[in-house]
Design a protein around this ligand. Structure first.
Ligand code: ADP
Ligand code: MG
Ligand code: MG
Ligand code: MG
Length: 743
């Protein structure tokens, strides 16, 4: 989560005098970096994931049971960092722990990025499991840390431990206390300055789910429309193949006519009088956990090209990983988090959001604070980055700072790159630290560039190499990287690994087979809207390119077509092979070894079953869990007992103690459990133990063997191995019994 400087952050009023300086020098610092490293070539593939966790506490019993967020993310993180340093050789199987916005959250990454071998693809799940095991190892009793996108009771009465009161001076929220914000000064300043720049508390609105007895709908014009079916059962995909016919030219999709000027943002997809869930603090959005993947490119051009290629996949994977059906104690009519975060950090003034054209400009702010800006700082990308991407694909508003654009062009930046940077700089810097303005040297530091770069949270992020640190001469070289940022964190490590591996393989497929996924950005944004819709995989189609050949090649008539998720993943007719078959072709091409293939095949099976609607998204599964709960009253209210049971189930899915068939389909029961005992590995002990201890160990195993008796079988390989050991001793009972005496 960006740079964590120490020092005193300036208030918004204090910052104003420095905004222009930071913006101008941010661009200069970017150009310094760019010119220094633009010719870096032939870097290897390195890549890594980021997973965010929420620390929760299960409270009460019986009908008094509930769950709260435990505001101790920083303490847990400190313990994890300490143990990492003390107990572990960080060059092998290490994890790195990062601060997150919420004081109940933390982020885990591999200590070292993975490299470009097939076996590295298997490392990712191993490392994710290790991270979960290590968190389990430090969590106090009664605490859990599931990988749920958001906390269902966030903002509902007393939802924190220790208890807290809203209406603090930082967020000024009616629902959320300031203690929910990470105590590092950067996070409070970010919250306060977003609110101050905007001129009001953030205003988050998400559509409410309409169930049979949802009271808000009784009074609305929607009252007489039929409610959704009692329990949403995922539709079963037809197994009939799609007819083999070339696409008629009429199938070319018309450019979607979305009202991008609407200040209703993602709510624009719902009727104006549709009841909403209201939230008013940055923590509702930045408190959402996600799954991000960063990969290093060979050189700057490849990183820009991959940025463009993957932009179109961001809504597709948002829909497939959708995991946010609840907020502020209510079921939502949407399934994904993105719109919540976009609104939660929306620092645009009324004039910039297009609702007060007459507001007087403030000359210290970017664009006087009155330039119309169509998207939040946290949103989908607004322009492509590659020089060879046809400009016709940049068909949505993309505001730029005209003066900085001129500077960039005058210094030799190509127009696509200059536009990308000048678009980032239509925003103001949000957190400036005292003594860190003119003191920052443009030739060696990048603080001002990073200030804007790290607070433009788009679906893709292009990451230029950081400056080398003279204090760390042995630090590894870091090249041009691209980050894929739209995915929602999944409940299990298996799913998180599957999506991570999928994205990494898609980058190789694109490069090796020279494919092209770029479509006009208006279609990408239309997909983004659709990805938020409830049950989007089954009920929405998505705009996708129906020809994989590079734009402009003579191999096919490139057209954008609406496709089902099944078609995007598995192919359509004889003209569109689909992403998953291309990945299998790539695995064939690289002669993937059998062991790796087996696991990758499991990941692809998960993905295909989800795309086909044979299994549920995390969001659909959670919604279903709530609606089937005995305490649910069909009123879209997720009460404390339901939230308790849901979070416990989500945690059990995280440890693989629970593997619902609705989520894992044919893979249910095949995933290994994660436990605290796996956190740091078991040393092969060499110290002698007493005869009593030895006897006790053998007694335990024999007792277990008698319980097992060779009959029970488990799907977990760990338990199966335990059982094999016990069975063995059971069969050799005589010798084992002898061991009880003298061995
Ligand atoms: P962010 O700024 O997105 O929060 P992080 O520092 O949390 O970035 O790291 C993102 C991921 O990038 C991690 O998984 C890390 O292992 C990975 N990573 C680190 N160095 C490289 C590199 N040179 N190339 C690709 N990925 C890298
Ligand atoms: Mg993070
Ligand atoms: Mg990070
Ligand atoms: Mg990241």
């Amino acid at each position: 989560m960006g740079l964590l400087k120490v020092g005193r952050p300036l208030t918004w009023e204090e910052s104003k005098a420095h905004l222009q300086y930071v913006r101008e020098h941010g661009v200069v610092q970017f150009m310094e970096v760019y010119n220094r490293v633009k010719d870096t070539a032939n870097d290897d593939l390195f890549w890594g994931d980021e997973v965010e966790y929420a620390v929760l506490e299960l409270t009460g019993e019986g009908q008094e049971r509930s769950v709260v967020v435990s505001l101790e993310g920083s303490d847990i993180m400190q313990q994890l960092r300490q143990r990492e340093g003390e107990l572990h050789d960080p060059s092998r199987n290490g994890c790195t722990w990062h601060q997150e916005y919420g004081s109940w959250m933390l982020e885990g990454t591999p200590a070292k990025p993975y490299a470009g071998f097939v076996t590295d693809l298997l490392e990712v799940e191993t490392n994710m499991r290790l991270r979960r095991a290590r968190i389990l190892a430090v969590l106090p009793d009664g605490k859990i840390a599931p990988t749920t996108t958001n906390f269902p009771l966030f903002g509902v009465s007393q939802f924190t431990s220790p208890s807290s009161e809203p209406h603090g001076p930082i967020a000024r929220s009616t629902y959320v206390a300031d203690t929910c914000i990470n105590p590092h000064p950067r996070f409070g300043a970010l919250t306060q300055n977003i609110r101050s720049r905007r001129g009001s508390t953030v205003d988050i609105r998400v559509p409410l789910f309409r169930d049979f007895a949802t009271p808000e709908f009784a009074a609305s014009s929607l009252a007489d429309k039929p409610p959704p079916s009692a329990i949403a059962v995922p539709p079963r995909a037809q197994d009939t193949p799609t007819p083999l016919a070339p696409p008629p030219s009429s199938s070319a999709a018309a450019s979607p006519s979305l009202d991008f000027s609407s200040h209703r943002g993602y709510m624009a997809g719902w009727p104006v009088d549709w009841p909403e869930v209201h939230m008013d603090a940055m923590a509702f959005g930045m408190g959402c956990c996600c799954l991000q993947v960063t990969f290093q490119s060979r050189d700057v051009m490849e990183s820009r090209w991959l940025y463009d290629q993957l932009a179109g996949l961001t809504p597709i994977l948002l829909a497939l990983t959708a995991a946010t059906p609840i907020a502020k104690g209510r079921l939502l009519d949407s399934d994904a988090r993105w719109a919540i975060i976009a609104q939660s950090v929306d620092d645009r003034t009324d004039a910039e959001r297009g609702i007060d054209a007459a507001a007087p400009p403030d000359p210290q702010m970017a664009g006087g604070g009155t330039r119309r800006i169509h998207k939040s700082r946290y949103d989908s990308i607004s322009c492509y980055l590659s020089e060879d991407t046809p400009d016709t694909l940049n068909d949505i508003p993309c505001e730029v700072d005209e003066e900085l654009l001129e500077v960039l062009l005058a210094r030799g930046m190509d127009s696509a790159l200059a536009r990308h940077v000048a678009h980032i700089f239509v925003r103001d810097p949000l957190v400036i630290f005292e003594g860190n303005v003119e003191e920052v040297l443009d030739a060696t530091a990048t603080d001002h560039w990073e200030n804007l770069q790290s607070t433009n949270w788009n679906t893709m992020r292009w990451k230029p190499p950081p400056p080398s640190d003279p204090a760390k001469p042995c630090s590894p070289h870091i090249g041009w990287r691209t980050e894929f940022r739209s995915m929602e964190v999944q409940l299990s490590d298996f799913e998180n690994a599957a999506w991570t591996v999928f994205i990494v393989l898609v980058t190789r497929v694109l490069l090796v087979f020279d494919l092209d996924l770029r479509i006009p950005l208006s279609f990408v944004d239309a997909n983004m809207h659709r990805a938020h819709k409830r049950n989007a995989i089954a009920e929405q189609k998505f705009f996708f390119r129906n020809c994989f050949s590079p734009i402009g090649s003579s191999h096919c008539q490139s057209e954008v077509e609406e496709m089902t998720m099944e078609e995007i993943m598995k192919g359509k007719g004889d003209y569109f092979p689909g992403l998953v078959p291309m990945i299998y072709a790539y695995l064939e091409h690289i002669n993937c070894d059998a062991l790796s293939y087996q696991r990758i095949d499991m990941y692809l099976t998960l993905i295909v079953e989800r795309a086909l609607g044979k299994t549920m998204t995390n969001a659909a599964w959670m919604r279903d869990f709530v609606r089937r709960h005995p305490d649910y009253k069909q009123d879209s209210v997720v009460g404390p007992t339901i939230a308790h049971d849901l979070m416990k189930a989500c945690n059990d899915i995280g440890t693989a103690a629970l593997q619902p068939k609705e989520l894992f389909g044919s893979l249910a029961g095949r995933l290994d459990e994660v436990s605290a005992g796996q956190a740091y590995g078991s040393p092969l002990a060499s110290e002698k133990v007493s005869a009593d201890c030895r006897g006790e160990l053998i007694r335990r195993i024999v007792t277990r063997a008698e319980g097992v008796g060779g009959r029970r079988r488990s799907n977990s390989s760990h338990i199966a191995a335990q059982e094999r050991k016990s069975q063995y001793l059971h069969e050799m009972n005589g010798a084992a019994a002898a061991g009880l005496r003298d061995f």
